[in-house]
Design a protein around this ligand. Structure first.
Ligand code: NAP
Length: 490
């Protein structure tokens, strides 16, 4: 059969959507659209613009292998610079004509041979393949606190920050103490009249110089010497392997990092009472590790207060805690995280035989090798269930997955099949391997975090980069049903 041109719909224009689009292009596939709910590309880096937003992954690793940026301003780049990088990549690789911004996908249904995808604006796209690059940290989690709706001041979730919001000279409450809460407290403390950090469960905060500039000469040299830059990227990837090892296997290396986390607290917080309040009751690294060189200093400032007493209610003018104390505030900042396991939902995704994604995932999200879902032929996820959000550089994981998906699309193009669907058995086997490997990980040492699904499983990849690359190196036909829509063809 002659080669066919696949029509592909990519949902989401964040890191994984961009990686997917460029991988398709580089393999000669140009008939694709990227449907993006937001008003620009960037995913989390488009939606998040709260004060203090900085990436705590070294920038030289927080980039695509095919689009190196040697000249970051800082070792840990600020959010706005990352967003600029992503929009720049989209421009440079000619993605704009493929982009449909402000196009939220509300439904996608399998037609028997492909997909029909509908947007909130009423557009319908027919596709042979759908790539769900819808992200993990996308849906803000709004806490259910009595009275929150009646608060007369301002309330904002960090993932929907309003640039017009006044912060200077105000009494600010911050709820939540993950990476976001720690960054936002550090950034707002110097401008607030008073800042109160409400902490339900303290986090270990490892000291790191997040403000460290990258000397301009480094960028200039690396720009001139791409081979050296590539070698540096590879060295960074090798270094990242150490981190994977620390989180996935108990060893003296893990214990050393954990000791450093404890030391970071001991050395910076000398006040015994405050230190006790800030000491978590679980092992360092169990939750997504927080890095900061400024948080403890901010908390010790005269205008700052840490409150660990449970919140009872929000009143029209502040927050009441369980000890009966009223904390008067003007602005409530919700750094309360995300519904990380919703993935493409609430989209109405309907697969083979009318099966909905909610039915398929009734016991929690699952996908074979992070990308293929039984019952959903010709649909793949990038950074889907069990992605290595806690262990391997994400751009790389997205690229590797996009190449894997493209390998399937190439075979479709060559006429080898019309539909490809992963088997239940292969998905069960992958889940069992993951479950076993999660046993010795640090994420499984007794804490509650956004890594856990409602069903109680850990939604992460407990393997190292090489294992991930090997499992996505090439499609394995034994794990899939390959079908022709018209019997006897192709
Ligand atoms: P998070 O880690 O899920 O933290 C949410 C915080 O909100 C927790 O402290 C949680 O307390 C608290 N919380 C939730 N509901 C609450 C309620 N009803 N009352 C009181 N407290 C409540 O969310 P995040 O800080 O936004 O971070 C999510 C992830 O985004 C990070 O782990 C990281 O992967 C990523 N991120 C990365 C960077 C970066 O620099 N690269 C920056 C920001 C975020 P409990 O622990 O008690 O549940």
């Amino acid at each position: 059969m002659a080669s066919r041109t696949p029509r592909v719909v990519i949902i989401g224009a964040g890191v994984s959507g961009i990686a997917s689009a460029i991988t398709l292009q580089r393999n000669g596939f140009h008939d694709f659209v990227i449907l993006e709910k937001g008003s620009d590309v960037g995913g989390v880096w488009h939606w998040n613009r709260y004060p203090g937003l900085t990436c705590d992954v070294p920038s030289q690793l927080y980039q695509f292998g095919f689009a190196p940026k040697p000249d970051w301003s800082h070792v840990f780049a600020p959010g706005a610079e990352i967003q600029e990088y992503l929009t720049g990549v989209a421009e440079r690789f000619g993605l704009r004509p493929h982009l449909r911004l402000n196009s939220e996908v509300v439904a996608a249904e399998f037609t028997g041979s492909g997909w029909r995808v509908r947007t909130a604006g009423g557009q319908v796209h027919e596709a042979d393949f759908v790539i769900a690059a819808t992200g993990v940290l996308h849906h803000p989690a709004w806490p259910e606190i009595p009275g929150l709706d009646e608060f007369t001041g301002d309330v904002v979730h960090t993932a929907r920050w309003d640039d017009a919001l006044a912060t200077r000279g105000r009494r600010i409450a911050v709820l939540g103490t993950g990476s976001t809460g720690v960054q936002v407290v550090s950034a707002l403390q110097p401008v607030a009249e008073r800042i109160t950090h409400f902490v339900r469960s303290p986090q270990w905060v490892i000291w790191a110089p997040m403000w460290l500039p990258q000397p301009a000469v480094v960028g200039a040299v690396l720009n001139r010497l791409p081979k050296l830059n590539q070698a540096l990227y590879q060295a960074g990837m090798t270094g990242a392997k150490l981190f994977t090892d620390v989180v996935t296997r108990p060893s003296w290396r893990r214990r050393a990092v954990q000791e450093y986390a404890r030391f970071s607290l001991r050395a910076q917080v000398l006040d015994g009472e405050l230190r006790e309040q800030l000491t978590p009751d679980y092992e360092p690294l169990c939750k997504r590790q927080v890095l900061s060189g400024s948080y403890y200093r901010a908390l010790k400032a005269r205008n700052a207060e840490l409150v660990t007493t449970a919140i009872e209610a929000v009143t029209p003018t502040g927050i009441r805690t369980a000890d009966g104390r009223e904390h008067e505030v003007d602005l409530i900042v919700l750094a309360t995280g995300f519904r990380a396991h919703d993935y493409m939902r609430p989209m109405k995704l309907t697969g083979r035989d009318g099966m909905s994604i909610d039915e398929a995932w009734a016991k929690g999200p699952r996908a074979y090798r992070m990308t293929a879902i039984p019952g959903f032929p010709n649909l793949f996820t990038v950074l889907g269930p069990n992605s290595p959000t806690g262990s391997i550089p994400l751009h790389h994981a997205a690229e590797v997955t996009a190449k894997y998906i493209t390998a399937w699309i190439k075979r479709w193009s060559a006429g080898e099949f019309d539909t490809v669907e992963v088997t239940e058995a292969a998905t069960d086997r992958f889940e069992a391997e993951v479950t076993e490997a999660l046993g010795p990980t640090v994420w499984n040492t007794g804490c509650n975090s956004w890594y856990f699904t409602e069903g109680g499983s850990i939604d992460l990849l407990p393997f190292d980069r090489r294992t991930m690359e090997t499992m996505l190196a090439a499609p394995d036909d034994r794990d899939f049903h390959l079908r022709a829509t018209v019997p006897g063809e192709p």
